[in-house]
Design a binder for this molecule. Structure first.
Ligand code: ADP
Ligand code: MG
Length: 551
C-alpha cells in the first residue's frame, strides 16, 4: 500500500464483514446444518427434514413446518444483525431461543449460494436468493421454511481446502443432528445423505423420548442407565446417567444440555465426573445424557459465537446441585438395580464395581450387569491379592470418617476365596462381599498418596535414568502453569528444549515403568481444573489419576 493510505480507515463491505463472521460461525458443513436446524426449532417446528449431498459441500436443504417468515422480512433475514428473537438489552439477559445474534443466515449466504423460501400460511410462499439485495419472488410452499445452501465456501477457496473427506464431513453432520435430536426430543427429525435416509425420528410425547435416546445412544446405554429427575428451586436436572459398569474408555457418551442447548461446559463436566469419582477407575469416563434447566436470567449464553459455552451466574450452586443429585442417584439407583454395593465400607473405598450377594433371607435383586464392564483386569496371584486385601481391610478402618456409624457388618470380614485372579470373595455379618482387587489396590495407593500429601509431602524417588518426553504446545502450556503443583505432588520435571522435557523424580509410591504416562495424565487433569480451583479442592481427582499408575 502507498504511504499514508495504509493508515486510512474505511468501513468493510457487508459481504466482507459477513465473511469474517462466517469464519467463526461456519466452520464446516455441519455448522451450517446446526444453524439451520436451530432456526427451525426456534420457529416452533414440529417436523424438520434435512437432506444433504457430498458431505454437505454440494448442498444442504433444511425444511420445517414452523411459523415461517413474512415476505417483507425475507431480505432482512439475510442481513447481518437482523433478528426477530430479541429487541432489548433486557431480553439479551434472558435468552430463551437457540439463536439471537442474527448472524447465521448472512454468514452462510456470504460463503455459499443460499435460497430462502418461506410461507406464513398454507397459501402462498416467497423465495429469495442472492443475499440481502435479492428480490422475493412467488414460490409455492406450505406453512414453514426451506433453506437451500449450495456450493459451500465457493467464495472462499482457502476455506474449502480445509474440508475433510466427504465421509468425515457427513460424520460431523450426523453427530450434530443426533445432538439436536436429543436436545429437542419432541420434534420430529429426519435426515438423508445423497438421497439415502439416515435416520427418521418421529415427533412425539415424553414416552417417545426414551425410545429416541435408545435409537441414538444405543439400547445398551439405556439398559445400564438410571433415569434422573430432580428439582431444587429453579434448578432442574433430568435425563439418564449410566451405572459405573457402563463406563467408557473415552468421553464420547457425555451429553449435556442447558435449557435445551447442547453445551460443552467444563464446570458441568467436572461436576458429573466428581459425582462418579469414587465409582470409576481414574481412566474411565462416565456415560450420560443430562438436561439442566435453569432460569434463563441466571445463565449467559452470549459467550461464544457458536454458543457451545455458557456462563452461570451462580456456578457454585449449579455445580453442587449436579454433584449431589447424581451422587444420590448413583448410590440409590445402584442399590435398587443390584449393580452397586449396599456395603458402605466397600463402596466408599471405591472398589470399582463392588458387588454384594444378598444376605440369606433378603430378596434377590435383579441380575446385575457384568462385573466391572469391559475393564481388562490383569490376574493376580493368591498371595498378591491376599496382601492387597489385608491392606484394604486395614485402611478401610482408618480412612472412614464415618466409621463409628457403621457396625461390624459393614467391614470387609473374612476372606474366603480368590476368583479368576481378579476378585476376592469375603464374608461379613451381612453376607458375601466381592472385592475387585485391582481397584482396591488403586484405592489404597490413592489414600496413601493423599495422606502423605496432606502431612507434609509426598516422598519422591529420583529416576535412575531420567525420562525424556516430547510435549505438544498445549501440554507445554499446561506444564508451565502446573509446575509448582507437580512439584508438590512429587513429580519433578525439567524443560530441556522446545517441546521437550525430562522427568527427574516421581512419587516413591508409584511404579516407575510409565513416568511419561503419569506426566501426561497429570497434565491433562491439571489443565482441566478451573483456574480458580485450588489444588486442595481438586486433590482427589488429581491423586486418583496418580494412583492408577501405582496399581
Ligand atoms: P438468529 O437466529 O440469530 O436470529 P439467523 O441469521 O439465524 O439469526 O436468522 C435470522 C432471522 O431469520 C431469525 O431471527 C428469524 O426471524 C428468521 N428465520 C431464520 N430461519 C427461520 C426459519 N426456519 N423459520 C422462521 N424464521 C426463520
Ligand atoms: Mg439462527
Amino acid at each position: 500500500m502507498a504511504d499514508g493510505a495504509a493508515r486510512r480507515i474505511h468501513e468493510l463491505s457487508a459481504t466482507l464483514s459477513n465473511q469474517i463472521a462466517a469464519g467463526e460461525v461456519v466452520e464446516r458443513p455441519a455448522s451450517v446444518v446446526k444453524e439451520l436446524v436451530e432456526n427451525a426449532l426456534d420457529a416452533g417446528a414440529t417436523r424438520i427434514t434435512v437432506a444433504y449431498e457430498a458431505g454437505g459441500v454440494r448442498s444442504i436443504r433444511v425444511m420445517d413446518d414452523g411459523h415461517g417468515i413474512h415476505r417483507d422480512d425475507l431480505a432482512l433475514a439475510l442481513r447481518r444483525h437482523a433478528t426477530s428473537k430479541i429487541a432489548t438489552a433486557a431480553q439479551l439477559q434472558r435468552i430463551t431461543t437457540l439463536g439471537f445474534r442474527g448472524e447465521a443466515l448472512p454468514s452462510i449466504a456470504s460463503v455459499a449460494r443460499l435460497t430462502l423460501t418461506s410461507a406464513t400460511d398454507g397459501g402462498s410462499g416467497w423465495a429469495i436468493s442472492g443475499g440481502e439485495n435479492g428480490d422475493p419472488a412467488p414460490a409455492p410452499h406450505p406453512r414453514g421454511t426451506t433453506v437451500l445452501v449450495r456450493d459451500l465456501f465457493y467464495s472462499i477457496p482457502a476455506r474449502r481446502k480445509f474440508l475433510r473427506a466427504e465421509r468425515t464431513e457427513a460424520g460431523h453432520i450426523d453427530a450434530v443432528l443426533r445432538r439436536l435430536a436429543l436436545g429437542s426430543p419432541r420434534v420430529g427429525l429426519t435426515w438423508s445423505a445423497s438421497g439415502r435416509e439416515v435416520l427418521a425420528l418421529p415427533p412425539g410425547g415424553p414416552d417417545q423420548h426414551q425410545a429416541r435416546v435408545a435409537a441414538i445412544l444405543g439400547t445398551a446405554f439405556m439398559s445400564h442407565a438410571l433415569a434422573v429427575a430432580e428439582q431444587a428451586g429453579e434448578l432442574r436436572l433430568s435425563g439418564w446417567a449410566a451405572l459405573p459398569t457402563f463406563s467408557r474408555a473415552s468421553g464420547d457418551t457425555q451429553h449435556l444440555y442447558v435449557n435445551g442447548r447442547y453445551v460443552r461446559d467444563r464446570a458441568l463436566t467436572q461436576a458429573v465426573r466428581r459425582a462418579y469419582r469414587d465409582l470409576l477407575h481414574g481412566n474411565r469416563y462416565p456415560a450420560y445424557l443430562l438436561y439442566l434447566e435453569i432460569d434463563p436470567a441466571r445463565v449467559d449464553v452470549n459467550v461464544h459465537p457458536a454458543k457451545h459455552e455458557v456462563r452461570f451466574r451462580d456456578g457454585r450452586s449449579v455445580f453442587d446441585f449436579v454433584v449431589s443429585t447424581l451422587r444420590r442417584y448413583l448410590a440409590q439407583g445402584g442399590r435398587a438395580g443390584g449393580a452397586l454395593s449396599a456395603n458402605r465400607s466397600i463402596s466408599d473405598t471405591a472398589v470399582s464395581a463392588p458387588h454384594v450377594a444378598p444376605a440369606p433371607g433378603r430378596p434377590r435383586s435383579a441380575p446385575s450387569p457384568s462385573v466391572s464392564g469391559d475393564l481388562p483386569a490383569p490376574r493376580l496371584t493368591i498371595a498378591e491379592s491376599r496382601s492387597v486385601y489385608d491392606a484394604l481391610a486395614a485402611e478401610s478402618h482408618s480412612m472412614q470418617p464415618t466409621a463409628q456409624l457403621l457396625d461390624d457388618s459393614e467391614y470387609l470380614g473374612t476372606p474366603l476365596a480368590q476368583l479368576h485372579g481378579v476378585y476376592l470373595l469375603a464374608q461379613n455379618r451381612r453376607g458375601l462381599v466381592l472385592v475387585d482387587i485391582h481397584a482396591a489396590h488403586e484405592r489404597i495407593v490413592f489414600e496413601r498418596l493423599k495422606r502423605s500429601f496432606k502431612t507434609g509431602g509426598i516422598v519422591r524417588q529420583p529416576l535412575l535414568v531420567p525420562v525424556t518426553v516430547s510435549l505438544e504446545p498445549g501440554a507445554m502450556t499446561a506444564l508451565e502453569r502446573a509446575e509448582p503443583l507437580l512439584e508438590r505432588l512429587g513429580v519433578s520435571v525439567q524443560v530441556i528444549g522446545p517441546g521437550r522435557v525430562s522427568i527427574r523424580e516421581i512419587p516413591a509410591l508409584l511404579a516407575s515403568q510409565n513416568a511419561e504416562g503419569l506426566l501426561r495424565d497429570l497434565l491433562s487433569e491439571l489443565s482441566e481444573l478451573d483456574s480458580s480451583e485450588v489444588l486442595d479442592s481438586a486433590l482427589d481427582s488429581v491423586v486418583t489419576r496418580m494412583a492408577c499408575h501405582g496399581a
